[in-house]
Every structure is written in structure tokens, then in C-alpha cells.
Design a protein around this ligand. Structure first.
Ligand code: UDP
Length: 327
């Protein structure tokens, strides 16, 4: 059995590759290394095929790569809020056009069993219901969320019109080793771990009582694999940890000093997935507790040694557009 993982050198994609190799699949990784790193998959060496290419590049003909593929895990995407506000077109190219091109290439697979799309819980914006079920209102708050949502709509449409066996999995606040260590101001774990390593205060947004459904990366890829082996198609599944944890609790687990910084506009007070559907249909449930996940992050803290160390002022500067456009 053969699988393509787009974005397979990235944070979540590389964990997907780990699991697929462990399960004995042949794996082809397509990644442009914009955010992904070869280090993330270097331990597989000749066990996998790596193609450095941009899925949204029209001169890159992917179709021949897909003819004998059974599973497609489409994880390649641009992330982060502020850069998406600054360059929405770039996000459209990567996350919408890129998805369309991977769908079209997948139509060349003669025996495709499943196409798994990595969707984002940001599609719910500021949700009306907690825990949030898949049927909740879709209300993206910024271009990253919008482009991931439109990508999902393309995927579901390809299931409906072209009978591609698609599933979309909406990830909630994924964390784990190899979480990005460079680039734009973003996900909280990278920010806090670099601050902790450099004995700087952890910059807690608002009063820190907001909660997130922090889901450990190995649970996410385990769910994606389980979905790929299932009989289902044309379905959307939330993937979450079955809990929600405050930032103040996270700082307690990590230790270190804290500095409170202004609350950001357009942010939910809580993310919390209703995972009833995935539990019932796929018989899947998360295995790594939040506390154990944080422990694993601390054991791997050296990974953030070279990461940017954010502070109140640099965050203020980096989030200027965020406050300007989302207020
Ligand atoms: N957060 C924080 N300090 C930071 C960055 C983030 O307290 O320097 C908080 C943020 O307010 C949010 C949580 O951490 O409640 C997760 O933020 P992240 O950007 O990782 O994910 P998202 O907001 O998209 O859920």
C-alpha cells in the first residue's frame, strides 16, 4: 500500500509519515520546505521518497506520482494568522489552489481508498456551542481560517461530484515535538518553550483563563490513520483531546515567570471539540493526556534552542495588523 503525504516534512505531516512507515506503507512526501524541515523526516532516509515541490506550482505535474497511490494525506498548507492577514492571496494559492491541485492529482489514482484532508477548528471562529460539534456554524475570523475552510469545501465537493473517497478532519490546537521553531509569531507552545529556555517570562494573553483543546500530535495522526482505514467517506470529523485547558494551567505545568499581555481581538475564550462522532464511528479516542503531552514537550525542550524569543514589545509589533483588522 502506498500513501502520499503532502506537507510530510512539516510538524504534523512528519508524524503522519512516522506512523505510516511504522504501519508498513510506502510513503511519498511532497513538501516545498517553506515551513517543513528535512530534519523532521531524516530518520527515514531511503525508506521514503521525498519530492521537494510546491503543490500550488502549476508547472509541477503531480498526476504521475498519484497513479498507484492508495491513500492521500493532504497536510500541506500555510499556517498562522498575521501573515494570512498581510498576504491573503498567498494563503489562497497555497491552501485553496494547492488543495484543488492535490484533488485533481488524486483523481489519477487508479485505486484510491481514502483522501484525508487536514482541516482546522478555526472554521468555527468564536463558537456558539461548547463542546463544539461538526454541525456548528462555520464563521472564519481571518484569511487563514477562511482558506482552510474553502479548501475543505473543495474536498467535500470532490467527494460529492467526482466520487473521491474523501474525509475531512478538523484539528483542534495540535501540539507535540517538532512544533515549528521559527518564523512568524504563532502557536503558544513554541512561544512559551523558547521563553522558558531563555529564562524570560511567559507572555500570557489576557487573563490566561481562556482555554484550548490542546491535542497531542500522535493522537491526531492516529485518528487520521484510523479514518483512512475506515469504511466512511464524505464525512467531517472533529479531532480533539476531549478536554480544554487554561493557559494559566499550562504555565503552571511549564513553570517559570509570567507576564500578562493584552487580549487579542477575534480570539475565542474556549476551543473544545465535541468528539462524539469520531468516537462512535471510528472507535477512536485520544490517548495522551494534556499533562503527559506537556511533560513530553519539556523533555524535548532543546528543540526550541534556536527559536525566536518573543517578548511583550516584539509581540506588540508582530500583532499590529491583528489588532488593526480584527478589532
Ligand atoms: N497565547 C498566550 N501567549 C502567547 C501566545 C498565545 O497566552 O504568547 C494563548 C492564546 O491567547 C490562546 C492560546 O494561547 O488562548 C493558544 O494560542 P495559539 O495561537 O497557539 O492558538 P489559537 O489561538 O489559534 O487557538
Amino acid at each position: 500500500m502506498k500513501a502520499v503525504v503532502t506537507g510530510g516534512a512539516g510538524f504534523i505531516g512528519s508524524h503522519m509519515v512516522d506512523l505510516l512507515v511504522e504501519k508498513g506503507l510506502k510513503v511519498v512526501v511532497i513538501d516545498n520546505l517553506a515551513n517543513g524541515r528535512l530534519d523532521n523526516i531524516a530518520h527515514h532516509k531511503e525508506k521514503i521518497e521525498f519530492i521537494r515541490a510546491d503543490i500550488s506550482d502549476k508547472s509541477f505535474d503531480m498526476s504521475s506520482l498519484f497513479t498507484d497511490v492508495h491513500y492521500v494525506f493532504h497536510f500541506a498548507a500555510l499556517a498562522d494568522i498575521v501573515p494570512s492577514i498581510k498576504q491573503p492571496n498567498k494563503y489562497h494559492q497555497a491552501n485553496v489552489e494547492g488543495t484543488l491541485r492535490v484533488l485533481e492529482a488524486s483523481q489519477h489514482a487508479k485505486n484510491l481508498k481514502k483522501f484525508i484532508y487536514a482541516a482546522s477548528s478555526s472554521c468555527y471562529g468564536i463558537p456558539d456551542t461548547y463542546p463544539t460539534p461538526e454541525s456548528s456554524k462555520i464563521q472564519p475570523e481571518y484569511p487563514y481560517a477562511l482558506t482552510k475552510t474553502v479548501g475543505e469545501q473543495y474536498v467535500m465537493h470532490w467527494g460529492q461530484v467526482y466520487d473521491l473517497p474523501v474525509l475531512s478532519t478538523r484539528f483542534f490546537n495540535v501540539f507535540g515535538p517538532r512544533h515549528r521553531t521559527s518564523g512568524a509569531y504563532g502557536a503558544v507552545f513554541g512561544v512559551f518553550l523558547a521563553q522558558l529556555l531563555n529564562k524570560q517570562p511567559l507572555t500570557v494573553v489576557g487573563d490566561g483563563e481562556q482555554t484550548r483543546d490542546f491535542t497531542f500530535v500522535t493522537d491526531i495522526v492516529d485518528a487520521c490513520y484510523t479514518a483512512s482505514q475506515s469504511k466512511y467517506k464524505n464525512e467531517i470529523f472533529n479531532l480533539g483531546s476531549d478536554g480544554t485547558y487554561s493557559i494559566n494551567y499550562l504555565t503552571k505545568l511549564l513553570g517559570g515567570d509570567v507576564k500578562y499581555i493584552p487580549r487579542r481581538p477575534g480570539e475565542p475564550d474556549c476551543t473544545f471539540a465535541d468528539i462524539t462522532k469520531v468516537k462512535q464511528k471510528l472507535d477512536w479516542s485520544p490517548k495522551v493526556s494534556f499533562e503527559d503531552g506537556v511533560k513530553i514537550m519539556l523533555e524535548n525542550i532543546e528543540q526550541w534552542r534556536g527559536a525566536p524569543v518573543w517578548n511583550e514589545n516584539s509581540i506588540k509589533e508582530a500583532t499590529k495588523e491583528w489588532f488593526e483588522y480584527l478589532s
